[in-house]
Design a protein around this ligand. Sequence first.
Ligand code: TXA
Ligand code: MG
Length: 320
Amino acid sequence: MKVTEKQIKDAAEIIRNGGLVAFPTETVYGLGANALDAKAVAGIFATKERPSFDPLIVHICKTEDIKRLSLEEDPRVHTLAQHFWPGPLTIVVPKSNIVPDIVTSGLPSVGLRMPANEIALKLIETAGCPVAAPSANKFGKLSPTTAEHVRKQLPELECILDGGNTVVGVESTVITLESDGFRILRHGAVTAEDLAKIIPQSKMPETTILAAAAPGMMKSHYSPEKPVYIIGEHSIPTDKSNAGLLSFGFSANDAYKKVEFLSMSQNLQEAAVNLFGALHRLEESDVDFIVSETVPENGIGIAIMDRLRKAAYRFQDGDL
Ligand code: TXA
Ligand code: MG
């Protein structure tokens, strides 16, 4: 752990006093505030320039907190928590009255997650309160997988706990539970297959959910400042001499100005870890646009393609 006990203690103090702290999780860096303090949570929305209709995930460090944050006990929540927590799974449950409306954007439900990161868990434990935290980036922009990425987008932040590179690389899987099983609201490292092994499911859900029931499901999101084109899905400018390639090792690279390899060995986990870092580097480089190869849509590859399509969407929609 690069972060000292003292830094965590100071960060926890900031959270207790209604302030904001950026901290690492296993997925991406989060921008945290006391989830039970509506005013502190308002600070998250202001700093991120996030619309108030986009609900936040509440991070906890012990499963007992499920009880006080949710309204009714669904035994499946505990089964899921046992199997996947700490880890990259957010479970949306009916919320209790102690969760301020601003956290959930007025929804009667709240997303709960216990992150698999020592610094995050220690911070939540020391703060002594659940921590509401979206990804620590400006709304709609690239998610941060290093403390440097957070600094780039949110330079005004006083406290950023630097835990190095995140180890999963894409945001948590978000699910809701329905009478006949789970529904995936956002794809992540925990896949539908993983979930179906643990809780009864009458039929496997669609792998790609397009209905916009939650803002993270919006078609445009996770966007770099430059146009993104996906090979095989968009028509790509023929002159690549000013373009960057996001490569999974499939196409010839010579035509491009800059190439970022997601994984030389075509390993999807590695590609997920490298995805946002590679996009951040291409965003900062002197290329004019970004071309991306596709990755196989299985396992975490589903989440990677979801993020890539959202990164590309606004540029394909004529909205530059
Ligand atoms: O891995 C992650 O989940 C990271 C780290 C920091 O934990 N957090 C993150 O938060 O990605 P954010 O705010 O960028 O994305 C949260 C997603 C959004 O798509 C939001 O719409 C959805 O979770 N969400 C949160 N609460 C919800 C609710 N009550 N109902 C439906 N969707 C919800
Ligand atoms: Mg986000």
